[in-house]
Design a protein around this ligand. Structure first.
Ligand code: SF4
Length: 399
C-alpha cells in the first residue's frame, strides 16, 4: 500500500505572539468545539478517497493544539483510526505550549496513541519570552517536559529560536545549554532564527526601528554555535534547522521534504497527493459551515515543477537528494537535467556527492559511465558551506 501523511491544523492560541504570522488566533470554547466537529466531518468525508493508502504519520499542529479540550483530541484520533488504515508504527506528533498542558492531559495524549511531542519553548530566558509575547516561563517548560517524560513520552522535540530582540550570544548559549542539561534531554531540537514578518507587531516595530535585533554577524555566529553545541552533544543535523539523536528525525517533516503524499485538514492546510496540490481556504466561518467543500488552489504539478520541488525541498536534508530515485521517477539523471548547475556549485564547494543515506532507508545505486569508468552517484547534497547559503544554491535548481 502507498503511504500517506495526515496533518491537522488547530488554529487556536491563548494569545498571539508578537512575531507570529501563522494562521492562528485566540478563540472561545464554543468556537473551538465547533471547529473540532468540522475537522471530524472533513476527516470522515475525505476518507473514501484514501482507502488504498496507509497512514504512516500524523501531525497535529497549529496554532497551539493543546488549547483544545483533550477529549476532542482523543475523538479526532479515534476517528482517524476508524476511517483510515493506520500503520502500526505510525508517528503521531502534537505541538504543545508549556502553560497549556498538565500531567493528566499529557497522559491522556499518550494513551490516545500520540507518541511524539513538539514543545514550543523558544528561549530559556523569561525576559526574552516576554519580549516575544509568549505566555510561558522556563519553569513551566521544565514542568511540562518532566511531566511528559513521566507519562511515557520517549520522543520529544523542543523548538528554540535565535536572533531574538535583545538576545546576546551568551543568553542564546544559555538556552541551548539549559536544554541540553535537562534530565533525559530531548531527542530532537528545531533551531530557527527569528524572521520578522510584515503585518505582525514585530514587523511594525522593525519599520519604526524599535526592534533591537542582533546584527547579521551575531545571527550567523548563533547559527554556527547551534551546530557546534548540538553536534557536540550527539545530535545529528539532518536538515538545515533540525537536529536529532540517531533514529529520531521527524518522519512527518521528512515526508514533506521528500515529497511524500500528504493531506492537510482544517483551515489553511495544504495537501500534495499524486502530484496534485490543493489547500483549504483560510476562513474559519466558511470552514465550520462547509468543512468538506473547502479545497482551493488545485494545481496539477508539471514534470518540471516536480523536478524543481525534488531538488528545492530535498536539498534541505543533509543527506540530500537520492540520484537513483530521481532517475527512476523522471527517466533522466540529475546530471542530464542539472549538469551545469551541479558542476558550477561543485566547483564553488557548495554541493557534493554523498555515498550514503543518513535517515535509514536503502539507497538506490546509480551507475554512470564516464571517461574515468563507472562512477557511483548516490546522493546530491549541500556541503557545510552550501548549507550556509542554502537559499542561493537551491534557487539555481528552478529551471
Ligand atoms: S504560540 Fe505559535 S502559533 Fe500561536 S501565536 Fe505564538 S508563535 Fe503563533
Amino acid at each position: 500500500m502507498k503511504t500517506l501523511e495526515l496533518y491537522f491544523h488547530i488554529p487556536f492560541c491563548v494569545q498571539k505572539c508578537l512575531y507570529c504570522d501563522f494562521l492562528s488566533a485566540p478563540a472561545d470554547e464554543g468556537t473551538k468545539r465547533k471547529y473540532m466537529e468540522a475537522l471530524l466531518t472533513e476527516t470522515v468525508g475525505s476518507a473514501v478517497q484514501y482507502q488504498e493508502y496507509v497512514v504512516d504519520s500524523i501531525f497535529i499542529g497549529g496554532g497551539t493544539p493543546s488549547t483544545v479540550a483533550v477529549e476532542d483530541m482523543e475523538h479526532l484520533l479515534e476517528t482517524v483510526r476508524g476511517n483510515y488504515t493506520v500503520a502500526e508504527d505510525v508517528e503521531i506528533t502534537i505541538e504543545i505550549n508549556p502553560g497549556t498542558v498538565d500531567a493528566e492531559k499529557l497522559s491522556r495524549y499518550r494513551k490516545a496513541g500520540i507518541n511524539r511531542l513538539s514543545i514550543g519553548m523558544q528561549s530559556a530566558k523569561d525576559e526574552e519570552m516576554v519580549r516575544l509575547g509568549r505566555i510561558h516561563t522556563w519553569q513551566q517548560f521544565e514542568t511540562a517536559f518532566r511531566d511528559a517524560r513521566r507519562v511515557g513520552f520517549a520522543n520529544i522535540n523542543v523548538d528554540i529560536m535565535s536572533a531574538l530582540p535583545g538576545q546576546s550570544v551568551e543568553s542564546y548559549e544559555e538556552t541551548l545549554q539549559k536544554v541540553l542539561a535537562l534530565e533525559n534531554p530531548p531527542e530532537h531540537i528545531s533551531a530557527y532564527s527569528l524572521i520578522v514578518e510584515e503585518g505582525t507587531p514585530f514587523g511594525e516595530m522593525y519599520e519604526k526601528n524599535l526592534l533591537q535585533l542582533p546584527d547579521e554577524e551575531t545571527d550567523r555566529f548563533m547559527y554556527h554555535r547551534t551546530r557546534e553545541l548540538l553536534q557536540g552533544a550527539g545530535y545529528h543535523r539532518y536538515e538545515i534547522s533540525n537536529y536529532a539523536k540517531p533514529g529520531y528525525a521527524c518522519k512527518h517533516n521528512c515526508g514533506y521534504w521528500t515529497r511524500k503524499n500528504y493531506v492537510g485538514f482544517g483551515i489553511g492546510a495544504a495537501s500534495l497527493v499524486e502530484n496534485v496540490r490543493f489547500r483549504n481556504g483560510d476562513d474559519i466561518n466558511i470552514y465550520m459551515e462547509e468543512p468538506c467543500d473547502h479545497k482551493e488552489e488545485i494545481e496539477v504539478l508539471t514534470i518540471q515543477e516536480q523536478m524543481e520541488e525534488t531538488l528545492f525541498l530535498g536539498l534541505r536534508l543533509t543527506e540530500g537528494v537520492d540520484a537513483g530515485e530521481f532517475a527512476e521517477t523522471f527517466g533522466k539523471t540529475l546530471e542530464e537535467i542539472y549538469g551545469e548547475v551541479i558542476a558550477r556549485n561543485m566547483r564553488a564547494g557548495l554541493l557534493q556527492w554523498q555515498e550514503k543515506k543518513l535517515l535509514g532507508q536503502e539507497d538506490v545505486r546509480v551507475e554512470q559511465q564516464s571517461g574515468a569508468g563507472t562512477m557511483l552517484r548516490h546522493r546530491l547534497a549541500l556541503t557545510e558551506m552550501g548549507l550556509d547559503v542554502s537559499n542561493y544554491v537551491m534557487a539555481q535548481f528552478l529551471l
